[in-house]
Design a protein around this ligand. Structure first.
Ligand code: ADP
Ligand code: MG
Length: 335
């Protein structure tokens, strides 16, 4: 009986041995507080949700597979956090407000200690962003986690990838490159002792989705996406959707304390090609720059102007304003 560790009157107790599917759902996953827009949550054949009148539904799904997206040894709490964080980041990149989640869980065997950690990571983040888990699916199989996140946005106010225009500035939040540095520190096995490196590991294991930031960019940013495959790859996607190109000033890229510890070339490769950043990259027309300065003053992260959109396609990399060849480095792929 593990409910004693969880002060919830409706917690389904789990007896010793393998929990049944109903026990698993009731004990670990039926724990979101009620929300007025959830007419029916976990327990029936489908959830029933009410969208704010007139708004558009924003939907995203991301799957994390053991061996591809996380190592067997990665902490369950980190995985619970990340499976929601990556989707929150997608909704943030649309300037949508997250609300409801569905969780599909494939597990070789339900291990209570692993489920405790996973649920702790998932629900700690869900509470912070007021997301409720309204359903899911549980199957036996190789360990994989797929989370679907639903949210809403006033009609016409979502920020797409396709709106960038020549002359717009290009901006990024936070610290692209830190997460991959953290992932490599973990893979190398050594325990980092330097605080800047610990914060890189935290940025990989517990990325902070930029939801509050994304929503404030409604009416300000012309295009936006979140960085999951590296700035170079993702910015190219935004530009191609917008039918534009860019000039990016390499010396303007934000450099965290952890990246500054690395050889300059490696730090640059991490920032451009690293992946797993879950920062926002967006474009802002010059006439909205003052508004950006106004809203970003209240953000919990820095924002950096790294270049500008051009009519000529492709990305031109600059140093001190002069074109240079694309920096060396291996591109990251989740696929
Ligand atoms: P069905 O067999 O009809 O698909 P299930 O027995 O799989 O129903 O699920 C019963 C209820 O539990 C449903 O409301 C479903 O959404 C929910 N559920 C199943 N697995 C999970 C999970 N891992 N997390 C949250 N809710 C879940
Ligand atoms: Mg089912």
């Amino acid at each position: 009986m593990r409910c004693s560790t969880m002060p919830r009157p409706d917690c389904v107790p789990v007896t010793e041995g393998r929990p049944s599917e109903d026990q698993l759902i009731g004990h670990w996953f039926r724990r979101s507080p009620p929300r007025p827009d959830v007419a029916l949550g976990i327990g029936d054949d489908a959830a029933l949700l009410s969208l704010p009148p007139g708004s558009e539904l924003a939907c995203a799904v991301d799957t994390l597979v053991e061996g591809t997206h996380f190592l067997p040894a990665s902490p369950a709490r980190s995985l619970g956090h990340r499976c929601l964080a990556v989707n929150l980041s997608d909704l943030a990149a649309m300037a949508a407000t997250p609300a409801w989640a569905l969780l599909s869980l494939s597990l070789e065997a339900p291990e209570p200690a692993w489920l405790d950690g996973f649920a702790e990571g998932l629900f700690a983040l869900a509470r912070r962003f007021e997301v409720v888990l309204v359903g899911g699916d549980t199957v036996a199989g190789p360990r994989a986690v797929s989370l679907t996140l639903l949210g809403h946005v006033p009609p016409g106010q979502a920020i797409r990838r396709s709106g960038a225009r020549p002359g717009d500035g290009i901006w990024v939040t936070g610290w692209p490159g830190d997460a991959v540095a953290g992932r490599l520190l973990l893979a190398a096995g050594g325990a980092p002792a330097v605080p800047a490196q610990l914060s890189q590991v935290a940025r990989f294991e517990y990325p902070e989705p930029r939801c509050a930031e994304g929503v404030t960019l409604r009416g300000i940013a012309s295009a936006m996406l979140d960085l999951s495959d590296g700035l170079a790859t993702d910015l190219a996607r935004l530009l191609s959707a917008s039918g534009a190109g860019a000039e990016v000033e390499l010396d303007a890229l934000p450099r965290s304390g952890g990246l500054a510890l690395l050889p300059a070339e490696q730090a640059l490769a991490h920032a451009l090609y690293g992946g797993d950043d879950y920062e926002l990259c967006f474009t802002v027309p010059p006439r909205h720059e003052r508004a950006l300065a106004g809203v970003s003053a209240g953000w919990g992260c820095p924002v950096t102007r790294i270049g500008r959109v051009t009519a000529a396609p492709g990305i031109t990399w600059l140093r001190q304003g002069e074109p240079v060849p694309p920096p060396a480095g291996e591109r990251f792929s989740h696929f």
